[in-house]
Design a protein around this ligand. Structure first.
Ligand code: NAD
Ligand code: WQD
Length: 339
């Protein structure tokens, strides 16, 4: 299939491109490079053995540019990663987040509809469950209250996409609710490349390990969890990338609407992750317990059985693989794509 990949230069998009090519698909990337660089695409091309990944430097909100992309190509499906994703920043800049994530998706969906491409895989998030009503979380679990504008955009866009599919059943819509993606491609040449101070746990750990930051702050050790620190469902980004290839198969079977949790089903605490990282990589990660971070929940992990049953997808990698590959990327690229 020929796939339009919005946000394909980013962390999850770049890993997904590799799995798409490995499965025999081709891709065209549209990205405004707001949170990424062209270098990731150059490295993806090297890994998959092509001269270049077709790329448009464009904002998906730019109707004219998007129109020219759709005029140049006939797409079978869109994998829609493009969006802003920093939870804290979204609280400070709600309008920017609503405008980019909502309006960007509206412009995209309109162009898709007009050009007869009615298949989409959307990057949703475990954040739509809020403080989950059940653990492990199944897709039946009601969506919860999102404490930040970023999460609201994901939850609202899910509803928009459901409505689009209900109104016109020619659409096939797969909503993938990612849990906590970490890790990197085994080559160590592509990975997560945050700007400034990392918001998420793993990039913070790797930056402490390489000496860019003094110590990790652990946000609370008084949660109702086995060791008091927050528990999450970390998933290797390569496993996550492969879930998109499985979702494409569902789309080619004309699945209609599909909603899937994409996680391993295992919960690890912050201390579990830090200790696994130290053990696997033989490096030191100094840390200090700090107050809880506002908006955090104690425990979040999923039941991924539906994705296995209906998509034939199951995570292969464990927490030690994730820690090894995150470190391999960081130590080979201390300054990310600027190296
Ligand atoms: P990322 O920031 O690395 O990638 C997103 C890409 O979208 C970037 O390359 C950015 O430049 C691009 N982009 C943003 N707005 C755009 C616009 N208007 N037009 C064109 N390009 C635009 O993020 P990621 O971690 O790869 O996440 C990909 C998707 O998955 C996002 O939608 C994110 O919300 C979602 N998601 C991420 C996580 C996570 O923890 N990383 C978890 C759940 C869901
Ligand atoms: C994980 C655990 C922190 C940093 C976020 C978004 C979610 C999704 C994935 C996009 C928590 C603790 C963290 C640090 C710490 N993204 N922590 N020190 O918050 O589970 O999920 O990313 O959709 O929507 O909310 O991920 O990596 O920020 O935190 O102690 O410096 O690590 O408190 O328990 P989170 P995270």
């Amino acid at each position: 299939m020929k796939i339009l990949v919005t946000g394909g230069a980013g962390y999850i998009g770049s890993h997904t491109l590799i799995e798409l090519y490995a499965a025999g698909h081709t891709a065209v990337v549209v990205d405004n490079l707001y949170n990424s660089s062209k270098e990731s695409l150059r490295r993806v091309a090297h890994i998959v053995g092509v001269d270049e990944i077709p790329f448009y430097e464009a904002d998906i909100r730019d109707k004219n540019k998007l129109e020219s992309v759709f005029s140049d190509h006939q797409f079978d499906c869109c994998i829609h990663f493009a969006g802003l994703k920093a939870v804290g920043e979204s609280v400070a800049k709600p309008l920017e987040y609503y405008e980019n994530n909502m309006n960007g998706t509206f412009v995209l969906l309109d162009a898709m509809r007009r050009h007869g491409c009615k298949n989409i895989i959307f990057s949703s998030s475990a954040t739509v469950y809020g403080d989950p009503a059940e653990i492990p979380i199944t897709e039946e679990c009601p969506k919860g209250h999102c404490t930040n504008p970023y999460g609201q955009t994901k939850s609202m866009l899910e509803e928009v996409l459901k409505d689009v599919q209900t109104a016109d059943t020619e659409w096939n819509v797969v909503l993938l609710r990612y849990f906590n993606p970490i890790g990197a491609h085994s080559s160590g040449t592509i990975g997560e490349n945050p700007n400034g101070i990392p918001n998420n746990l793993m990039p913070y750990i790797t930056q402490v390990a390489i000496g860019k930051r003094k110590e990790l702050g652990i946000f609370g050790n008084d949660y109702d969890t086995p060791d008091g620190t927050g528990v999450r469902d970390y998933i290797h980004v390569v496993d996550l990338a492969k879930a998109h290839v499985c979702a494409l198969k569902a789309i080619s079977r004309k699945c209609g609407l599909g909603i899937y949790n994409i996680g391993t089903g295992h919960g690890y605490s912050v201390l579990d992750v830090v200790n696994a990282f130290i053990k696997v990589n033989g490096v030191n990660v100094p840390y200090k317990i700090q107050p809880r971070r506002p908006g955090d929940i104690a425990t979040c992990y999923c039941n991924p059985a539906k994705a296995q049953a209906e998509l034939g997808w199951k995570a292969q990698y464990g927490i030690e693989d994730m820690c090894r590959d995150s470190w391999n990327w960081q130590k080979n690229n201390p300054n990310g794509y600027q190296d």
